[in-house]
Design a protein around this ligand. Structure first.
Ligand SMILES: [Mg+2]
Length: 319
């Protein structure tokens, strides 16, 4: 798995599964989409693991572990514009793990689930050397209304919610999934594609564009940089962190040109959270350009966090 990276691993698994049944959207989006027979609703299905040593550390407070595990799944539901409904949680833990700490994990999980309108309906507990949580979530939306990744078109504007970068300093354990914003975007008109940013904008945006053979042109000055990105103590620039750090859990979406202005002013009237237009979709397949205020233009390669691949992302970019 290390040799090929996460995306290729997923492609190899999809070859085993074959095509999803007609009328459904199978793997490859933030959620699978299944229409309910004789119902005006469709279901959105998603699951996600968090594992000690990768997504949290041995000394991470248990409530934060529960919050993060559920938050990641709710963020995938948010990315469809879904209304979260039900969650299941599997936990694996070493035999000497305290029951009280396990309860605290569930307290953290349950609190965030409730805040986002979901209920934890059950799950299972198993023995393992490491603590890990596996969360399965179901949400719903009116049939054919869930926002997929594949709807983007050349000329659409690219938007992100919130600010990006530096989540490692603590936000990756405390983020609030953009469920309300996702639902609002589903109903406001003009949103052509949406996903959540889990592996960094520089990795996730190319994933969205690859579905339709599109490219992007981004304005460096428009990319919303989180104050945490400036607090990262290393040699990389703030912009580098905003583009490549994982676990922002903000929404990345594309908007048709004629809806742009309305959407921007309606968003401002509805949410305190910022929402920025960061660039435009182009018809140039796999071409990712970043435009700097001084006129410089840079080609950019996907460089965010890919599971299973070791080593640092490309350093020459975003300096
Ligand atoms: Mg996602």
């Amino acid at each position: 798995m290390r040799d090929v990276g996460e995306d290729a691993v997923i492609r190899a698994l999809l070859r085993v599964l074959g095509r999803a049944p007609g009328g459904t959207t199978g793997p490859g989006d933030d959620c699978a989409v299944v229409p309910l027979p004789d119902s005006p609703w469709e279901w959105h299905l998603t699951s996600d693991p968090v594992v000690e040593g990768i997504h949290f550390l041995a000394d991470t407070p248990p409530r934060a572990i529960g919050h993060k595990a559920v938050g990641r799944v709710l963020s995938d539901l948010a990315a469809m514009g879904s209304e979260p409904q039900w969650l299941l949680i599997d936990v694996t833990a070493p035999p000497d793990y305290p029951v009280r700490a396990l309860q605290d994990i569930y307290r953290g999980a349950s609190r965030l689930a409730k805040r986002c309108g979901a209920t934890i309906m059950g799950g299972d507990v198993g023995k393992a050397e490491q603590l890990s949580l596996h969360v399965f979530g179901i949400g719903q939306a009116p049939v054919n209304q869930g926002i997929l990744r594949r709807g983007a078109r050349a000329g659409d504007f690219i938007f992100v919610s919130g600010r990006l970068g530096g989540s490692l300093l603590g936000r990756h354990l405390k983020f609030i999934p953009r469920v309300a914003e996702g639902q609002w975007l589903r109903t406001c008109g003009g949103v052509t594609a949406m996903m959540d940013i889990s592996d960094g904008l520089a990795t996730d945006l190319p994933r969205l564009l690859a579905l339709n053979g599109l490219g992007a042109e981004l304005e460096a000055a428009s990319i919303p940089i989180h104050p945490d990105a400036r607090r990262m103590e290393d040699t990389h620039s703030d912009l580098y962190h905003a583009l490549t750090d994982g676990e922002d859990f903000e929404l990345l979406f594309t908007v048709s040109p004629r809806h742009r202005e309305q959407l921007e002013s309606d968003w401002k009237a509805t949410f305190k959270l910022p929402c920025r237009c960061i660039g435009r979709i182009t018809g140039q397949a796999q071409q990712f350009l970043i435009q700097y205020p001084d006129g410089r233009q840079e080609q950019w390669t996907a460089a965010g966090f890919q599971h299973f691949v070791s080593g640092e992302p490309e350093r020459e970019h975003f300096k």
